[in-house]
Design a protein around this ligand. Structure first.
Ligand code: ZN
Ligand code: ZN
Length: 339
């Protein structure tokens, strides 16, 4: 099933034609729970990985910030129990309720596996596997057709208390003997273990974050927003009550390309560590696909009660993790910011 973003409530370029020069495309990935294989693009699915290439490990040991640790098996079981309870409630039209048996299987709220389990090499987990053929905004070295995103599923204080991201590009035809079973970390922060999801890529157009537009244009957009809110009934075309930032410019959710929304801090300069070039947004992992049942970003195919959090990934208190790349070289290290 395809996923289609509804048309924007107003076409902002009718009001501000100059925005066209501050515009790029993005591919919304629309992850939904599924059973992807190594031959598929996915979020949290199995990676097409050469069996003679070492699996990436994080050796940050006690440099990790550690609070509650779970085994991947416990995280999966806990999610199954909650999903079954939600499905039961929906089928019967009753309230969400766990049975005594289910409750007994869930770990206590503040339960943690021993913290010293992080003092060993931690196998990274699969975050995304994206084939060039599926993703219109795919970016990678010319002869590659596959981008794999992995992260260490623990908090890294020196990276903004985020999971530590690594990127791999490859030619899928080179992988003649794929790894059968990826190693699993002994423990994870449960917010950083994505549910296996199929993706439903859709290209959309985005406009630059207001704070990164020329000051004068940003100010005129803000004035237009305010005027539209003041004269609610006067002029429908002005898009009463719509926000440039939240409705008209930047798509929420997991995506490739596009722009970052600097909603947590003012825009930070993202410059390459290696060559200082201003970096380009490559990939976004988001805590939700849309906010609230009224959101204009929920695909038209999906009912109002569709979960906006198909991956079960949470970044900080519900933010997004933006992964930037250097436009000069794919070999220069990526950088991340949480917003
Ligand atoms: Zn780590
Ligand atoms: Zn660079």
């Amino acid at each position: 099933m395809t996923r289609t973003t509804p048309p924007r409530p107003v076409d902002i370029t009718q009001q501000f034609p100059e925005l066209q020069q501050y515009s790029v495309t993005a591919t919304r990935l629309h992850p939904r729970p599924g059973s992807p294989t190594t031959a598929d693009s996915s979020i949290g699915g199995p990676l097409l990985w050469p069996d003679d290439e070492p699996w990436p490990m994080c050796t940050d040991g006690d440099n990790h910030h550690v609070s509650e640790l779970s085994t991947p098996a416990t995280v999966r079981r806990t999610r199954e129990i909650h999903a079954a309870a939600w499905a039961r409630a929906a089928a019967r039209g009753t309230d969400y309720e766990l049975t005594d048996e289910e409750l007994a299987q869930l770990p206590d709220y503040d339960f943690s596996e021993p913290h010293n389990l992080v003092n060993q090499p931690i196998p990274l987990v699969s975050v995304a596997q994206l084939y060039r053929r599926d993703v219109p905004d795919f970016a990678g070295p010319q002869d590659t057709d596959l981008l794999q995103v992995l992260w260490c599923p623990l908090d890294h204080p020196d990276e903004g208390y985020n999971p530590s991201v690594r990127l791999y590009w490859r030619r899928s035809a080179d992988v003649s003997r794929p790894l059968q079973t990826a190693p699993e970390p002994p423990v994870v922060n449960d917010s950083y273990l994505p549910n296996p999801c199929a993706v439903h890529p859709e290209q959309v157009r985005e406009y630059q974050y207001g704070g990164l537009l020329p000051e004068d244009l940003d100010a005129r957009i803000s004035a237009w927003e305010e005027a539209a809110q003041d004269d609610e009934d006067e002029d429908e075309v002005r898009g009463d009550g719509f926000s440039y930032q939240y409705d008209l410019s930047l798509a929420p959710g997991w995506k490739v390309g596009g722009f970052a929304s600097w909603s947590l801090t003012d825009p930070l300069p993202m410059n390459c560590d290696e060559c200082r070039a201003p970096m380009t947004l490559l990939f976004t992992a988001d805590s939700s696909e849309w906010q609230g049942t009224e959101s204009s970003w929920r695909p038209v195919e999906e009912p109002e009660d569709t979960s906006p959090d198909p991956t079960n990934v949470t970044i900080g208190r519900g933010y997004a993790l933006y992964v930037f790349r250097c436009p000069a070289s794919f070999e220069h290290p990526p950088a991340t910011t949480m917003q």
